[in-house]
Design a binder for this molecule. Structure first.
Ligand SMILES: *Cc1c(COP(=O)(O)O)cnc(C)c1O
Length: 396
């Protein structure tokens, strides 16, 4: 196995790059995978080298070979200038704010943002003296009307957490770039495989690697990709100064997950869409929130900018009591009820975004449920839900 020059590597297909990235058997005693390198201290050969910090690795908090391997794999699909890895997806969301904003700055955050990111903005960020405003996720190019002289960044997420509104990312990024404002995006839903965020102008692209990268619900991790070398330098500096380091076992597990990620998504995307259509046809369901469905208000944007969909979406019941919904959900045998997603297993959870949104309030007829489709047989999942609908009816 000869090492390819980087120009030839870059020309390979995504799946080939995901199979090759971050490993070099000549550096791993001949084994296929990179080793899990644990360590704080790096030993230098002499005083001169120590004083100049002349070494491939200088100290545990500045990186290690296992982390490098994961960064390389993430970077090859993000297509930016460089990636840093964080110990959770949430930290991947919060670190860009810490790296790029200062007291007195203003940031625009989509109202459909992942709720813990909102919590960080409302408490931590405000305490740091950063002004935060939430905006309608459907704003598009009109985002320019919300810019203030001190606006430094726009935070986007498409589709929105739980509510699945699509955002016009290129329109927002274009308006922001014209004013020297950074566009940041939580791209966890589509992953870089289905939305090439940097190509659409996103400067800082975040991934909760906990989801489809790791893919097995056994690790918490995040990645942040910077579009340009200058942005990467600032991001990397904040990462080092804060001491954000990831356990090598977590990096290894995530890298292992990424090897099969394209294949898992290739299965989960059609399974999700088929389930969405099946639910859409049910009389108990008022609406399915999934941008890959032609009836979805975000479908045109999704079709224009995205090359695929993951298997997470939501649905809105026709008016029914929460007690009946609980009867349906509590008796499910294949779907677990819990947060997170992107693993091999199917999940459901009830949510009510109206409790915390501030810029816009989606209007739902009945209770809302988020659903994640894993790798199980779709017929089994449908039968589980079918029995659930019978319980819903009995309890209504
Ligand atoms: C889960 C999630 C995160 C956070 O990831 P954790 O690893 O659970 O902290 C961030 N953004 C989105 C959209 C998510 O769904």
């Amino acid at each position: 196995m000869k090492k390819l020059p980087s120009s030839e590597f870059a020309r390979l297909g995504t799946r080939t790059r995901l199979a090759l990235a971050g490993r070099d058997p000549s550096d791993s005693y001949g084994f296929v995978n990179p080793p899990i390198v644990r360590g704080s201290t790096v030993i230098y050969p002499n005083t001169e080298d120590f004083l100049a910090r002349k070494a491939r690795y200088t100290y545990g908090t500045h990186g290690n070979p296992t982390l490098d391997a994961l960064e390389a794999a993430a970077n090859t699909i993000e297509g930016g200038a460089g990636v840093v890895v964080t110990p959770s997806g949430l930290l991947a969301c919060t670190l860009p704010f810490l790296a790029f904003l200062s007291a007195g700055d203003h940031v625009l955050v989509t109202d459909s943002v992942y709720r813990p990111t909102r919590n960080f903005c409302d408490s931590f960020l405000k305490r740091m003296g950063v002004e935060v405003s939430y905006y309608d996720p459907l704003v598009g190019a009109d985002i320019a009307k919300l810019f203030q002289p001190n606006t430094k960044a726009v935070w986007t997420e498409a589709p929105g957490s739980q509510t699945f509104e699509m955002q016009d990312i290129p329109a927002i990024a274009k308006a922001a770039a014209a004013r020297g404002i950074l566009t940041m995006m939580d791209n966890t839903w589509a992953t870089p495989l289905y939305f090439d965020s940097h190509a659409f102008g996103v400067d800082i692209s975040v991934q909760a690697g906990t989801k489809y990268y790791a893919g097995h619900s056994d690790v918490l991790i995040g990645t942040i990709s910077a579009r340009t070398p200058e942005l990467y330098k600032t991001l990397r500096k904040a990462w080092e100064e804060l001491g954000v380091i990831v356990a090598p076992e977590d990096a290894f597990l995530t890298l292992r997950g990424m090897r099969t990620m394209a294949i898992r998504l290739k299965e989960q995307m059609p399974a999700g869409i088929e389930m969405a259509k099946w639910l859409q046809a049910r009389p108990e369901i008022a609406r399915v929130l999934h941008p890959a469905l032609p009836e979805d208000p975000g479908h045109a944007l999704w079709k224009r900018d995205f090359t695929g969909a993951s298997s997470l979406f939501a649905f809105e019941f026709a008016p029914v009591s929460m007690k009946a919904v609980a009867a349906m959900l509590d008796g499910l045998t294949l779907f677990g009820m819990g947060a997170s997603w992107g693993g091999y297993e199917s999940l459901v959870l009830p949510f009510d975004c109206r409790a915390y949104r501030t810029a816009t309030t989606p209007d739902y007829k009945g209770p809302t449920v988020r659903i994640h489709i894993g790798l199980e047989n779709l017929e089994d999942l449908k039968a589980d839900l079918e029995a659930g609908f019978a319980r819903l009816k009995a309890a209504s």
